[in-house]
Design a protein around this ligand. Sequence first.
Ligand SMILES: C[S@@+](CC[C@H](N)C(=O)[O-])C[C@H]1O[C@@H](n2cnc3c(N)ncnc32)[C@H](O)[C@@H]1O
Length: 244
Amino acid sequence: MGMVKTQIENVLRGYPALFKLGSKVYHTFNGSFRTLSPGTPQALLEAFTLAKEFAGDDKVGDYYEFGLFRGYTFLEASKHCKSLGLNDTHLYGFDSFEGLPEPAGSEDALDNRFFKGQFACSLDSVKKNLSKNGMELDRATFIKGFYSDSLTEELRTQHEFKAASVVLLDCDYYSSTVDALEWLLPYLRDKTIMLFDDWYSYGDGNELGQQKALKEYLEKYPQFSVEPLSEFLDHGKGFVLHKK
Ligand SMILES: C[S@@+](CC[C@H](N)C(=O)[O-])C[C@H]1O[C@@H](n2cnc3c(N)ncnc32)[C@H](O)[C@@H]1O
């Protein structure tokens, strides 16, 4: 079934209007609550397990997720925190809750795979999905808005953001990843675990997508380097960040 879907997607990508229509119809009628990336829940479990090990006797820091769609990976993150006893870890979810913005440039727009409004799900629906599935919402904060508007200096003063233990970047675009990484700067520390869900979404080269975003970030902030962790389905790769 998955292969058939991929084949249909590949054909439709040649016809952007049809691809958009197909994607909207698919997501409207297939309202099932699951992740679009089958390997991410396990990658999150490994990340939190490692974060706990890194912290030793110290408190594990917070969780930052960029790109929630219906909230499935956010729910998984909360379950892992609970099962591992990470009671001090607060979970932050950043999304427009209106789907993707307009692609910001050629780095975002590759083969029409992503388009404005894709993956729209209201904050109310996300909260319902989470609480229906047993998540306690008092350990979460949702930051609504397009990153270019919402990720401000003022935002830093509105919540008690602590150091990041695990970051999930599942926001598809190069431009969104750049905005997220820039804003995250003060919360990144030695041994923050970073999961890039769209690492291979634009192929395997560092001139597009999340690979370009991280390459430029490491050039701009030479205090950081990364140590690769495992790859995960469909397009993801994890890293441990090191800070000099
Ligand atoms: C692929 S979906 C996330 C899927 C989710 N993590 C899961 O596995 O179930 C990508 C999400 O990123 C959000 N997003 C991408 N770029 C954004 C931006 N610049 N500002 C706000 N939200 C953005 C979209 O609204 C969408 O919900």
